[in-house]
Design a protein around this ligand. Structure first.
Ligand code: SF4
Ligand code: SF4
Length: 433
């Protein structure tokens, strides 16, 4: 790198960035049928798929040194990261402690399928305040539809065992639930199970969108969630959440939406205008533009050859992040909810718009319906916050307007326009028996 290139790079350095580190690469003890990562094993033929200590040391030091801000997230993912064994993570935490600057806050997180957790793991997580993300897709039948082990056996019971162990050790955890063909039509069953049976206060819902056709073909696998189905899924959960759970259950997509309605960054790359500040680190030290783009064309370097921060701020990575904004189709540019959606993730932009322009997001129909649906309650939430009141005040406001609507529906004739303003007849809307 020439001196002038280094000056230009330094000017572009971000305050903070996120790394999903994969110490076992794509290796996992399970064989979830929709997992997009398992076949990444082919990128490293003959590898033992274990991050070596010299890579670990470089990673931790470059991660901490690369942050100009005082808050650093050390995030582990897979594959299944617990296959590395507990000693690896003890070394990682010790390295962090050795390297951290005074005043720095470090957040340790790990995403796991939960099946290998035991008392030793949980005690370790508790000792270091490690936030554990558990992958679970709902009640047993929905979870076991696709989340199976190498022998095709169900995994629900093992995941629940791990979850209960985390709870016994008071480890902070959240749940990551993928939304697919098998649970997409049962939003409230999934949500109530996670809230009431699992006891989860933090939830992430991730849509499964698997392309199954040839390149250029917009066909998706039968496991994929439908676009409208995903919109209905989010809407149904939102309607329950906004009436009874605001302030006690946190759903990542709803929190992100509230932030966009407030005019501040959402905290989710998929809903931001640009991306590129969340890279993936393979066990070899290879860095890729994103967890969803671990492929040769998006390998931006290796931390044994160039510091992490330089890779994050490199021209190819910045171009990757800017392309999210610069390739939006006209339909998105004119969309009334673009401020919240921003065309979602580029990996899902493979359908054409009504006027034939490529690059529309496969999930568009669902997101558009969902973001329009939540507009009024979101405005109420923001009003509450701006007045210095808790967001939960929205539940009282909605209860009052729901009661008023119920009275108006009772007064209306079955063929009258529905008092809710939908434009449909009452009997086809809120008056439907
Ligand atoms: S490609 Fe998608 S998942 Fe990756 S950083 Fe961009 S928006 Fe996020
Ligand atoms: S809802 Fe559809 S049109 Fe609107 S920004 Fe999102 S993907 Fe684009």
């Amino acid at each position: 790198m020439t001196p002038i290139e280094r000056v230009a790079l330094t000017a572009a350095l971000p305050e903070a960035f996120h790394v999903m580190a994969k110490p076992t690469g794509a290796i996992c003890n399970l064989d979830c049928q929709y997992c997009f990562f398992l076949d990444k094993e082919q990128l490293y033929p003959g590898s033992h798929f274990r991050m070596r200590d010299d890579v670990l040391e470089r990673y931790i030091s470059q991660l901490i040194d690369g942050h100009r801000g005082e808050h650093v997230i050390v995030a582990w993912q897979g594959g299944e990261p617990t296959l590395m064994g507990l000693e690896f993570f003890r070394r990682a935490v010790a390295l962090v402690e050795r390297r951290r600057r005074p005043g720095m806050t470090i957040e340790h997180t790990i995403q796991t399928n939960g099946t290998l957790l035991d008392d030793a793991w949980c005690a370790f997580f508790a000792e270091h305040g490690m936030l554990v993300g558990i992958s679970i897709d709902g009640p047993a039948a929905m979870h076991d539809r696709y989340r199976v082990d190498k022998g095709g056996k169900p995994t629900f019971e093992r995941v629940m065992r791990g979850l209960r162990m985390l709870q016994r050790h008071h480890v902070p955890f959240n749940v990551l639930t993928t939304v697919h063909h098998a649970n997409g039509d049962a939003p409230l069953d999934v949500y109530r199970f996670l809230r009431d049976d699992v006891g989860a206060a933090w939830m992430q819902f991730i849509p499964i969108v698997e392309r199954s056709g040839a390149p250029g073909d917009a066909t998706v696998s039968e496991r994929s969630v439908g676009a409208a189905q995903y919109g209905r899924f989010l809407t149904a959960i939102f309607d329950e959440w906004v009436r009874r759970d605001v302030g006690r259950v946190f759903v990542q997509t709803f929190e992100a939406a509230a932030r966009r309605w407030m005019g501040v960054p959402s905290g989710m790359c998929v809903f931001e205008p640009t991306c590129g500040l969340a890279v993936a680190l393979e066990h070899t030290g290879d860095v890729y533009s994103c967890d969803h783009f671990v492929e040769p064309a998006h390998r931006i370097g290796n931390i044994r050859e160039q510091p992490l921060i330089e890779l994050v701020a490199s021209p190819p990575q910045r171009a990757f992040g800017a392309a999210k904004r610069d390739t939006l189709p006209r339909a998105c540019l004119a969309c009334e909810v673009r401020f919240a959606c921003n065309g979602e993730c580029p990996k899902n932009r493979f359908i054409t718009t009504a006027d034939g322009e490529p690059g529309l997001n496969y999930l568009c129909a669902g997101y558009r319906q969902f973001f329009n649906h939540i507009d009024r309650p979101m405005r109420l939430i923001i009003d509450e916050l701006r007045c210095g009141r808790p967001a939960g005040g929205v539940m009282v406001l909605l209860a009052a307007s729901d009661a008023e609507l119920a009275r108006a529906v009772q007064r209306a004739g079955r063929n009258d326009p529905c008092p809710c303003g939908s434009g449909r007849k009452t009997k086809q809307c809120h008056g439907r028996s």
